[in-house]
Write a protein that binds this ligand. Sequence first.
Ligand SMILES: *Cc1c(COP(=O)(O)O)cnc(C)c1O
Length: 386
Amino acid sequence: MNQPFLPFALPEIGEEEIAEVVDTLRSGWVTTGPKAKRFEQAFVDFLGDPSLEAIAVNSATAGLHLALEAVGVGPGDEVITTTHTFTATAEVVRYLGADVKLVDIDPATLNIDPKAIEAAITPRSKAIMPVHYAGLAADMPAILEIARRHGLKVIEDAAHALPTTVGGALVGTLGSDATVFSFYANKTITTGEGGMLVTRDKALAARAKVMRLHGMSRDAFDRFTATVPSWYYEIVAPGFKYNLTDIAAALGLHQLKRLPAFQQRREALAARMNEGLGGLPLVLPPQPGVGATHAWHLYVVRLADGAGVERDRFIEKLYAAGIGCSVHYIPLHLHPYWKERYGLTPAQFPHSQHAFERMVSLPLYTRMTDADADRVVAAVRWALHG
Ligand SMILES: *Cc1c(COP(=O)(O)O)cnc(C)c1O
């Protein structure tokens, strides 16, 4: 094994991003300002729907919190989401004093199961938070229909879903109340840390903007650029500190330009891995249907029954072969906080539990070469048969 270790994920930051950050550093304005505004506009342009508003925030977690706050989630309410996600999806519900109702997934797609959502609805239900797991869209037509029928809000956790389409339409334009994207280091584009809340609802957007910055009626850049005395502002709520810096937005402007090329590269790598891993005792990632685009944030395989190797041992062997890998996610129902808070057991989530026990996320990112993908394939073959 004389090849260097292949990390599980790496960001792709180019000279244009670096130059833009340097320009920001020299400009005299490093916090939220002109570049954050440009990034928001560029994001709306990318989604291709001028009726949308994009609100840049310092993480997707912040964006999800703001969206739930803006639709009025609070104590006594319940929010339904999937157990098969990162804790950020659910923790924001607890920030607001509301309760989380975790539900199981569809084993074919690993996405939240609309039937399980329907079964979890109570008079306290306020909102549904689908997660587009790995970058494959959840069943949004079914989820939006359930929400309409029961008068529930829908906030999409689209941390994996840039760009994801379903029925030819991009996630972000599907008609939920709000959609939140992540620009964390390992996501499909990155600003180091960052996120974007997208909505067509003007009142939701207005509330999220105020709450993004301390509940202030005017932001600092607005006051700084005013040509009349502009020291005055009002605090209208106890808000948060969730604004995105211009340093981060500088990265985002160029990452977004590169997104179509990034997407093509991820698709090509996924296709190469699918091909190379065919015929093995593995369940390969679910493929997008007609008119759908998979963002390929994650490439998740499951060991088939009869694979002859346990998941943990399989990961050890991949590491021994120089391949970084991960597990997305340890389902929320297994974590002490969620388990104890709601008295959860694996038997309540048979599909998520079954998938968790067998799944591994393999490396898939734009800086990987075809040879890197082939190395992953070879290592998987060896780990299964060696
Ligand atoms: C990454 C991620 C988040 C959180 O994103 P941040 O930008 O790090 O706050 C939320 N949900 C899911 C499913 C994620 O993968």
